[in-house]
Design a protein around this ligand. Structure first.
Ligand SMILES: C[S@@+](CC[C@H](N)C(=O)[O-])C[C@H]1O[C@@H](n2cnc3c(N)ncnc32)[C@H](O)[C@@H]1O
Length: 474
């Protein structure tokens, strides 16, 4: 672990775009990082995604700020309740963000080796950050007083705020209530899993290299242990700088969670069973193309040819599909259009398989995107469920009778999964639900209380339903 100012530096983050802070030769002082972390938190609180919020962070600060802001977002519920106990009158936004960030990192220290700062160092550096910024300078003494009181009365303050569900579970109250409603017996396990960082998982492009060869290349060239997951995945023992891994530019792998790696086999195994010829496949919400690429790679691994139409409503995200396919040496027909309005883009030829990886709350991928829980609103669940319903209804007529549509979301909420499909099947008499994984929960099989819901072990929360269209179409 690198050291600056007597402060241990975080080395990795569990995000798929992970940057190793140890790669930075001269780590900047912690107060500068805290200043940027507080700015990222302010932006997320105003509704910006973490990805957008951290765009302007300077390169030298980026690895540390990324890792620290992830920890802050994971502990923000407790930190906010502590700040309210220490300073009942809400301070200005920059002061509030600096206080909450420092409190969150002090808490993170208890549970994560990646955020191992000494509490007194954290407080000293937070006060230094406050003094050096015009937005917080006048409040530096106040910040100092709040944080020193926290250090003195930590245990009493923490046990006081932990009575609030959003403080003890680090999720908004409505989110906790939604999970309690959906999973009376399992909601706590899901929330517990969300507190951890996700592992880095790769999908090996088996058209270009084998999983065993790639596993060996990771170990020999980078001293990274990895073990097989899913059909062609490898879970890494620790995160790494993605473009620095072997064969990135040659397209040997993609970063993709193990649960997401279920889509291609689920859809194509069924489609290949029913047809020996070339298949025409629609990937209806395709950007940035993770599953599009997997469909093509998986077909090649089975010596089958498929033609893929990759659709996304967002033209700039369509460019990312094209770039990703180019890197992986794959090709598809990429169309920027609304999947809910086939009359604007469909050529009238029925599809042999359809993947609908629908827009959703992303409530299953909180481990990788700790900002998501603070960005979503309760009303988003029903709004997104309505959009999913519209997309399903619009795409169903495009499927050849006898063929299958795979519906998936990276959500654990039943409104976006189980309930959505129950409603769809009730309304479409020609739709038959095939054996499907249903709701998968974010977890590691190594954690106590793990639900061991499937064979993959460690993975994100997801929902899958495979729907076959009966031959007598309505
Ligand atoms: C969950 S993401 C898809 C991830 C992608 N399948 C992958 O594996 O990389 C959902 C996508 O749906 C797209 N989307 C949202 N509404 C849409 C619509 N009406 N028609 C087509 N795409 C849409 C979004 O732009 C977003 O890229």
């Amino acid at each position: 672990m690198a050291s600056t100012n007597g402060v241990r530096q975080p080395t990795t983050v569990g995000d798929s775009t992970a940057v190793n802070a140890a790669d930075v030769h001269h780590s900047p002082p912690l107060w500068r990082q805290l200043h940027e972390v507080a700015a990222v938190l302010t932006a997320v609180r105003s509704g910006k995604s973490w990805t957008t919020a951290q765009v302007d962070v300077t390169d030298s600060l980026r690895p540390g700020v990324q890792a620290l802001s992830f920890e802050v977002l994971r502990h923000y519920g407790t930190a906010l309740a502590l700040r309210a106990a220490l300073a009942p009158r809400t301070p200005s936004a920059p002061v509030d963000a600096l206080l909450c960030s420092t409190l969150a990192l002090a808490l993170a220290q208890d549970v994560s080796v990646n955020a191992g700062y000494e509490p007194h160092t954290l407080v000293n550096q937070a006060v230094e950050a406050a003094k050096r910024s015009p937005a917080t300078k006048a409040q530096a003494s106040f910040i100092n007083a709040c944080l020193r009181r926290f250090l003195r009365e930590r245990d009493a303050l923490v046990s006081q705020v932990m009575r609030l569900p959003q403080a003890s579970w680090n999720h908004p109250a409505w989110w906790i209530q939604q999970l309690q409603h959906d999973y009376a017996d399992q909601w706590q396990t899901i929330l517990q899993a969300n507190a951890a960082a996700a592992p880095m998982t790769l999908r090996i492009n088996t058209a270009l290299t084998s999983r065993a060869d790639y596993q060996q290349a990771l170990l020999a060239g980078h001293d990274i242990k990895a073990w097989p997951v899913a059909h062609s995945g490898l879970q890494l023992a620790h995160s790494a700088y993605v473009p620095g891994l072997p064969g990135y530019h040659q397209g040997w792998f993609s970063v993709q969670d193990a649960a997401a790696q279920l889509a291609a086999p689920l859809l194509l195994d069924k489609a290949f069973e029913h047809s020996g010829g070339e298949l025409r496949v629609l990937d209806a919400c395709a950007a940035p193309g993770g599953k599009t690429a997997h469909l093509l790679e998986y077909a090649a691994s089975k010596a089958r040819h498929i033609e893929v139409v990759a659709l996304d409503v967002d033209p700039s995200r369509c460019e990312r599909i094209t770039q990703n396919l180019q890197r992986l040496q794959l090709s598809a027909q990429v169309i920027a259009a609304d999947a809910g309005q086939p009359e604007l883009w469909w050529d009238g030829q029925l599809f042999d398989a359809i993947l609908l990886d629908a827009p959703c709350t992303a409530s299953g991928i909180v481990r990788r995107h700790p900002d998501v829980r603070w960005l979503r609103r309760k009303t988003d669940v029903q709004q997104l469920a309505q959009l999913q319903r519209k997309l399903l209804a619009a795409l169903w007529p495009l499927l050849r009778p006898g063929a299958s549509l795979l519906y998936c979301t990276c959500s654990v909420f039943k409104a976006e999964g189980h309930e959505q499909i129950q409603t769809f099947v009730a309304r479409h008499t020609d739709a038959v639900l095939q054996p499907s994984p249903g709701h998968l929960f974010p977890q590691s099989p190594l954690q106590p209380g793990s639900m061991r819901d499937n064979r993959l072990g460690e993975h994100d929360g997801f929902f899958y339903a495979l729907l076959q269209k009966t031959a007598a179409s309505t």
